[in-house]
Design a protein around this ligand. Structure first.
Ligand code: M6R
Length: 610
């Protein structure tokens, strides 16, 4: 994962690099560092820990120069330490590089270098690259980078600088995201757009195999393989700056929770034809004829996006009768899935860069399946490799814990399921209109829940010292329970389990004792009574139960200790509403515990390694 930044221009690089790294910290925050050239030599500052630690070091000893690279790390090879921090440099300190990704053949390359007498200062895979560069260099940095990159296997984005050529930066992308920002008399390299948004809105999104050569006045793009120039579209980024920043909220996560009504409204824009009252996906390549030929749908994703996929399965199967399988991407890619040319594979990814999901996409395509991506990043690898894209318009999501991306993914599934059903003539006009009407109400309903959420904070504070929690539900509520449990685990570090309520009695009920906290989701009318029985079972063993249910089910009060009400909608759409209290519970629990809400331990936002 890791975040990369690079600058070349007329301004001092130090603060441009550190400010950019702050915007990339969500990608990893084990250590940070920068290398800056003053035109004659390169100075490196780096330290284990957050960017604050690096900045303290820079206050003691700043670096001067108008060319530099920076890095924020999520450790893969070698523990977080000063030595393993990037940038890395060769023995003479002539070359400096930052790297995101994994060099799979680094051990054999390292062995060769050791035999040639090279000494290493870190345990990283990255360091081999810089020593190889020093050996390959014959007066031209670009040629040396090309020579070295051909020896590397794995996934990598690199930014490289050389003391002898202080007028250029070289960047390479292979299976790890990288963009080039184009400014006036200055240019930038970054792993993600927010890092450079305060300087420029014009970016090239590099493709795998691209090499970018940056001077302060020019960006030239080449194929690493052939050295031929390549043409990439210069994309204008329209996000507001505040959209990519905290906007007065204490944490990105809270801001993103409260942005959900807007994210949903934006994701709806252009997807409902008001005249025909039909769902529309302008530009979709999937023809009505192809839809009729789909015999099976596979949904593949990781983490929260996988949980959105579980809801997607329910909705697609209910509305279209097409069978759907949902897979965790890291399993799908190796399980020889029975995907074929009549399958549609839907990959779901907020970032569009998750390594396992990207690999699953490629595996599905290799097996002849059409692939549709639901993603929040239009220029991402997943968006570019899929046959079709249904974009979620949630805006940048910075907090590691995914919130607005999840609800936007749910909405994308709802829209797509209605679209499939409408094209397959599986819905009556009245059913379609009713569903569309309900979809359009969702943003306002989410707003209502957020406006009346004060009691959730006190519940969250009351559970902060728990060691274990259970989330239970049936059907769609079970899918949401899984997401609620993941959210709580990742930012509060409290262990929790999500259980299909009917399964408890087959073993897990043994864990329920006096005072055990249980959060029960009860939104599906047809399963209401079954859920009451399951709640009674846990209460009989001493559990304290918070029930999350529809306003119309107020009588649930009698069966639980506390109740949290959400507005009524179409039963298939309740997950978008019932997840909101769960997001707030995990946020406020984490806050009450004093955890780093936006950057939980051991995690990173974008998982671009396998
Ligand atoms: O960018 P993606 O949607 O592909 O990311 C997938 C998961 O890594 C992500 O949803 C993760 O589970 C979140 N941290 C959960 O909040």
């Amino acid at each position: 994962m890791c975040g990369i930044i690079g600058y070349i221009g007329n301004r001092q690089a130090q603060s441009i690099l550190t400010n950019g790294l702050r915007k990339l910290e969500y990608r990893g925050y084990d250590s940070a560092g920068i290398a800056v050239s003053d035109g004659t030599s390169i100075a490196v500052r780096k330290a284990k820990g957050r960017i604050d630690v690096l900045e303290q070091q820079l206050e003691q000893s700043s670096v001067q120069g108008q060319l530099g690279i920076g890095h924020t790390r999520w450790a893969t090879h070698g523990r977080p330490s000063d030595e393993n921090s990037h940038p890395h440099f060769d023995q003479e300190g002539i070359f400096s590089i930052v790297h995101n990704g994994i060099i799979e053949n680094y051990l054999e390359l390292k062995q060769d270098l050791l035999e040639q007498g090279v000494s290493f200062t870190s345990e990283t895979d990255t360091e081999v690259i810089v020593h190889l560069l020093a050996r390959a260099y014959e007066g031209d940095l670009v040629t040396a980078v090309r020579t070295v990159v051909k020896q590397l296997r794995g996934a990598f984005a690199l930014a490289v600088m050389c003391e002898h050529e202080p007028d250029k930066l070289v960047a390479v992308r292979y299976a790890s995201p990288l963009i080039i920002g184009v400014g006036q008399g200055e240019n930038f390299i970054a792993s993600d757009i927010p890092a450079i948004l305060e300087h420029t809105r014009d970016v090239f999104v590099l493709d795998d195999g691209d090499m970018a050569i940056l001077t302060k006045d020019r960006v030239s793009l080449h194929s690493m393989e052939t050295d031929e120039p390549v043409v990439r579209e210069l994309v204008r980024i329209e996000w507001d700056k505040e959209q990519a920043e905290k906007d007065g909220y204490e944490h990105y996560m809270l801001k993103e929770i409260y942005e959900q009504p807007r994210a949903l409204r934006n994701t709806l824009v252009g997807r409902v034809d008001e005249r025909t009252q039909k769902v529309a996906f302008p530009g979709l390549n999937l023809t009505p004829q192809a839809i009729t030929g789909i015999d099976k749908i596979f949904i593949v994703a990781c983490g929260t996006a996988y949980h959105a996929g579980l809801v997607g399965k329910y909705v697609i199967e209910s509305l279209t009768q097409i069978p759907v399988e949902v897979d965790v991407a890291s399993e799908f890619r190796y399980r020889r899935p029975l995907v074929g040319k009549n399958s549609l594979t839907i990959v779901v990814s907020q970032s569009g860069e998750t390594a396992d999901t990207l690999a699953a996409l490629r595996e599905a395509k290799r097996r002849g399946s059409t692939v549709l991506a639901i993603t929040n990043v239009v220029g991402s690898s997943i968006a570019r490799e899929a046959d079709d894209v249904v974009a979620t318009i949630a805006g940048p999501e910075i907090a590691v814990a995914s919130t607005k991306a999840y609800t936007s993914q749910l909405l994308a599934f709802y829209l797509f399921a209605v679209y499939l059903a409408q094209e397959k003539l599986a819905l009556s006009e009245q059913e379609r209109k009713q569903l569309i009407q309900a979809l359009k109400q969702l943003p306002e309903q989410v707003e209502n829940i957020l406006d009346n959420a004060d009691h959730i904070r006190s519940f969250a504070e009351s559970i902060r010292h728990e060691k274990n929690l259970f989330f239970i539900g049936r059907g769609l509520d079970y899918a949401v329970a899984l997401e609620g449990s993941l959210k709580l685990k990742e930012i509060s570090y409290i262990h929790s389990e999500a259980y299909a309520a009917g399964e408890l009695k087959h073993g897990t009920l043994a864990l329920i004792e006096e005072g055990t906290q249980v959060i029960a989701l009860v939104t599906q009318a047809e399963l209401f009574e079954k859920m009451i029985s399951n709640i009674t079972e846990v209460k009989a063993r001493g559990a304290h139960v918070l029930g999350i249910t529809l306003e119309e089910n107020i009588e649930l009060h009698r069966s639980v200790d506390e109740v949290c009400l959400i507005p009524a909608t179409e039963p298939l759409f309740t997950p978008i509403l019932s997840v909101i209290p769960l997001q707030l519970i995990s946020y406020y629990t984490s806050l009450a515990l004093g955890n780093d809400v936006d950057r939980p331990r051991n995690l990173a936002k974008s998982v671009t390694v396998e």
